[in-house]
Design a protein around this ligand. Structure first.
Ligand code: HEC
Length: 267
């Protein structure tokens, strides 16, 4: 008995020293308790050494004893561990959520800001387009009255350059270059080169051809004209003003050194 008290005392002293030491080293309180617990556990082991030895058991009995001991130990460890808050999955989840929340908020805010910026940019583009379309609409009657020969319309409101630029854009946008060579670019010999089209057709007439490919036939392209090689979708996908801009732009091409076939009026 005296021996047990002595070992308990030593355990308490060592445990207390460890507790204070870990406290001094600024270990978390849980660790301080754990260190103390270890010391006490060690003391218990030493006390057990003094216990009277158990009676010898048979093979079956000792096997059962080991298994029971193992099960109890496992239960204690698992139950003990799961009682610590840091091993609770829900608790861990809560911590992770807390950690991630500001980051998530930041990225979401970033995304939102980016979206807003993009929307703003788009909005500005739409506004610019609207303004352009409005000036185009205003140009239209003037463009229609254009003299044969297709001098670019001069309107105070919209600079001529803009109108011509829109015409050129339409050429690119509707991929006329897929079939027509112009300025030596594009065309896969499906349709005639158009560099001299302005010598034959007015802007109005070119627009007619664009909106209704059957209206004119390029000389020497009878087969293609009959087969309707030039698509007649442009009246559906182009605004009147856009087609006018394109036609006006094309009517300025009067390069007689290029062999643009003569258009023959059909309709
Ligand atoms: C898929 C091919 C194809 C595309 C795309 C195409 N064309 Fe044509 N185009 C032709 C063919 C083929 C001819 C000649 C037969 C005819 O007159 O229909 C022609 C003829 C013409 C002519 C008459 C040329 C002449 O010398 O008589 C004009 C003008 C013209 N195209 C303008 C355009 C414009 C502008 C576009 C774009 C909006 C365009 N084409 C898109 C195939 C095409």
């Amino acid at each position: 008995m005296g021996n047990i008290i002595k070992k308990l005392f030593i355990g308490l002293v060592v445990g207390g020293a460890l507790f204070l030491l870990s406290r001094w080293q600024e270990f978390p309180f849980v660790f301080q308790v754990v260190f103390f617990g270890h010391a006490m556990f060690g003391a218990a082991v030493f006390m057990l050494l003094d216990a009277p030895s158990v009676k010898t058991m048979g093979a079956v009995k000792s096997t059962i004893a080991i298994v029971v001991f193992y099960v109890v130990l496992c239960t204690v460890f698992v139950a003990g561990a799961s009682m610590w808050p840091q091993f609770d999955p829900e608790d861990e989840k809560g911590k992770i959520v807390k950690l991630l929340a500001p980051k998530r908020a930041a990225t979401e805010q970033g995304k939102a800001e980016e979206l807003i910026a993009r929307t703003k940019a788009l909005d500005e583009q739409v506004k610019a387009l609207e303004v352009r379309l409005r000036t185009l609409g205003a140009d239209q009657p003037v463009a229609k009255q254009m003299p044969v020969g297709g001098a670019p319309p001069v309107v105070a409101k919209a600079p001529t350059g803009d109108f011509m630029k829109i015409g050129e854009e339409q050429w690119q946008l509707h991929e006329c270059y897929n079939c027509h060579k112009l300025k030596g670019e594009g065309g896969k010999k499906r349709g005639p080169e158009l560099d001299n089209i302005g010598s034959y057709l007015t802007a109005d007439e070119i627009k007619q051809k664009i909106f209704n490919p059957k209206s004119y036939m390029a000389e020497g392209f009878e087969k293609e004209w009959e087969k309707g090689k030039m698509p007649d979708k442009f009246k559906d996908v182009m605004e009147d003003s856009e087609a006018m801009a394109l036609a006006t732009w094309l009517s300025t091409f009067k390069n007689t050194s290029v062999n643009t076939p003569k258009p023959i009026k059909k309709l």
